[in-house]
Design a protein. Sequence first.
Length: 230
Amino acid sequence: MRKILLATAATAFLTLTACNPGGGGSGNKPSASQPAGGQPSTTTPAPASTPPGTSGDGSATPGSDPGAGQAALALGVPSRTVGTKLVGILEITPTTVVYTKEGDGTTSRFGTFAVITTKDASLTANAADEEPAGANGTKGGWRWIAANGQSVAEGNGTAYKVLVTGYSGVGKIEPGTYQMRSEVFDLTPEQAKGGGTLVYTDATKSENRWTIPPVDSGPQVADVKKRLAS
């Protein structure tokens, strides 16, 4: 379902572009699947194969927008996803991870905070927002998957008390703009060991996954540490 929504949004965007001066319309050129003579192609599409490693609920299958079975993306790589209530398209980019025992005057209950910053951009004509955890009966929002497979929800332990000033964007993101946000997880030494997988579940219950390094990484490390210490 999410693929259909993303494709619909992209089609609408291209249509608007083609109708404006300078739009990149394709003209009347025949498509690759339709010969110039107007006769339908006799080529039979190859059947889709079942992605290896998939599971019934998808919780153990690395995946992003291109589909289930694809390896998790690296930190700093964007992924497109559907906005809450299926409105708009978001591009989410995890940018930085910082590990700390204390932050914003709060001590980790379980030993380590994993603080991850993200850049959320709205790509369509409608304002869009992230899917909150548990909204409309879905398992939306953010999770940390430890190396041993254990799942940890955002804001667990004392993580909900940590506010990273400057990375605390909330509310709908207007078209053509972006917000810097942050997700905080309170992890045990075992859950933090070796890094983990950051998972975002959207309104269609589709997952976006990123591999998070086991050490402080990303362009905003120094800035995030400074803000957490203030």
